[in-house]
Design a protein around this ligand. Structure first.
Ligand code: AMP
Ligand code: MG
Length: 484
């Protein structure tokens, strides 16, 4: 397809050796129809679709026609899935290329749900409309919450059915990422035991994501340290807003530090550290409270891949890597405390902060308080009066908090500003997500559009947002599904 859309492809990953990927085209679909396009993101990427018509757009976003300059590949990777090592790869996705924006920022453009590849195993290579729109909603919400994430450019229907428990409408999501290189990509290459391939991938990642490490003395050790810091920041952001990823397998952890793979993820309502939504996570491996532990576990798998690059002497390399991995706990605790201080509007650091924070969380857990709305209450911005906050234990806690707010020259102006920038008023509540997806499945996109609009400004007071803030009914049984 002629390039009159400002695509500016430079496909560096597809130039790597064939160990890293399979060259494959998306499989054409019957009846493409564009459902949703992210106009803001189109603009941010300096793309321009004004010169092509609706049919061409639909054909473009299902992969029926490819833009000039693209070079489509399925990427190879492996991963620990629920702790078990497996060879994976893009089984239902193709990278169509890397697009450079006007100021030379590089983004992967990927189709998800675009047909079988060499890595499809028993899968059909396809995706259903509901889960692709779900990824669109939640990834865009995460972005607007200020959390690093892949983004969603468009969703288009294929006009074909995909068979799951029942026949569903097929769809393709166009996903944008700093790259799709995962911890699992390193695991795949490391498992092949060819040092030159490992060096190729390593140097590629340094050049593409961490050029500041180019001149460091031990690049592999420094990459490990940087990734630990990035992933700690990421998981702390998840903890801040009550996000549960749901399937933190090593293939779903990027080396860029972006959240990726919105499968069975969901936001917690009632504060319960053990919250799990994913139907297949029977032992709570990826429960809310366990996300930092799993982040560390995944980073240890990443460190293992880097051993041959850290030191010629394997024992020394293991010793050095272990030391860095073991720094995770202290770093996490410090950053988590700071994040919670911010949520509570506290300036400075005091010994007593930790118990103040933990006592609030314990109270929330015992009284089954809503996580997001408790902080809204503290900001005096709750969507509706809730008698739970008249509880004596809570009122006593509040007195301690108010005392602490007086220290370090704090003022209402200062702490309100701080709290308002760390505590969202709206999150993609599960029942709302389901509601708008049900409507979208019957071709009514209006509720979805309104929802996206509300989610696009989560920290500011807007008219008519209370219906997006209130939790209705008991969400205890809410489940999300993988392999969608
Ligand atoms: P995920 O659970 O989305 O992280 O996917 C794990 C692995 O399963 C990846 O290699 C995917 O490409 C693959 N996969 C998931 N769904 C399908 C499907 N419908 N067809 C082929 N491969 C799939
Ligand atoms: Mg995945």
């Amino acid at each position: 397809m002629k390039n009159n859309m400002n695509w500016n492809f430079d496909n560096s990953y597809s130039r790597l050796s064939n160990a890293f990927k399979e060259h494959i085209k998306p499989i054409a679909v019957k009846n493409p129809e564009l459902v949703l396009m992210n106009e803001d993101l189109v603009e941010e990427l300096n793309l321009d679709f004004s010169k092509i018509n609706k049919n061409e757009l639909a054909a473009l976003f299902t992969g029926n026609i490819l833009p000039e300059g693209s070079n489509t590949i399925a990427q190879a990777y492996a991963g620990h899935q629920f702790g078990h090592f497996t060879m994976l790869g893009d089984g239902r996705a193709v990278l169509i290329g890397e697009h450079l924006t006007r100021n030379n920022k590089r983004y992967d453009i990927q189709f998800k749900g675009s047909g079988k590849t060499a890595f499809s195993r028993n899968g059909d290579g396809r995706a259903a409309l509901g889960p692709m729109l779900r990824e669109y909603i939640i990834s865009e919400a995460m972005h607007k919450l200020g959390i690093p994430t892949t983004r969603s450019l468009a969703v288009a229907k294929t006009g074909e059915k995909v068979i799951r428990d029942t026949p569903l409408q097929g769809a393709v999501l166009t996903r944008i990422a700093l790259s799709h290189i995962r911890v699992g990509t390193f695991q795949y290459i490391a498992a092949r035991e060819k040092k030159d391939e490992l060096e190729t991938l390593f140097n590629y990642v340094i050049q593409r994501h961490y050029p500041e490490l180019e001149n460091s003395k031990n690049k592999a050790l420094d990459l490990l340290t940087v990734l630990i810091d990035k992933q700690i920041d990421l998981v702390i952001n998840w903890m801040r807003v009550g996000f549960i990823h749901g399937v933190m397998n090593t293939d779903n952890m990027t080396v860029s530090g972006e959240t990726i793979d919105y499968g069975p993820c969901a936001f917690m309502n009632t504060y319960d550290p053990k919250t799990v939504f994913s139907s297949i996570d029977r032992f709570g491996r990826y429960a809310y409270y366990n996300q930092p532990n799993i982040t560390k576990w995944n980073l240890a798998r990443f460190a293992e891949c880097l051993i041959p690059l850290i030191d010629k002497d394997e024992n020394k390399a293991i010793h050095k890597a272990t030391e860095i991995i073991n720094s995770f706990g202290n770093k996490y605790e410090k950053k988590w405390l700071d994040m919670m201080r911010n949520k509570l509007g506290l300036l400075g650091k005091e010994e007593r902060d930790k118990s103040l924070i933990l006592d609030l969380l314990t109270w929330m857990h015992e009284k089954k308080a809503d996580y997001t709305n408790t902080f809204c209450h503290l900001m005096e911005l709750e969507p509706e009066k809730n008698r739970i906050f008249e509880d004596m234990e809570f009122l006593n806690w509040k007195l301690r908090w108010k005392e602490r707010l007086k220290t370090f020259n704090n003022s209402p102006k200062k702490y309100e500003k701080l709290m308002r920038s760390f505590n969202p008023l709206v999150i993609p509540r599960n029942h709302k997500v389901e509601e708008v997806l049900n409507e979208a499945n019957t071709d009514n996109l209006e509720p979805l559009r309104s929802f996206l609009e509300v989610l696009s400004d989560p920290y500011n007071i807007k008219k008519n947002i209370s219906k997006y803030q209130i939790v209705t009914g008991d969400e205890k049984g809410y489940q999300t599904f993988c392999g969608t």
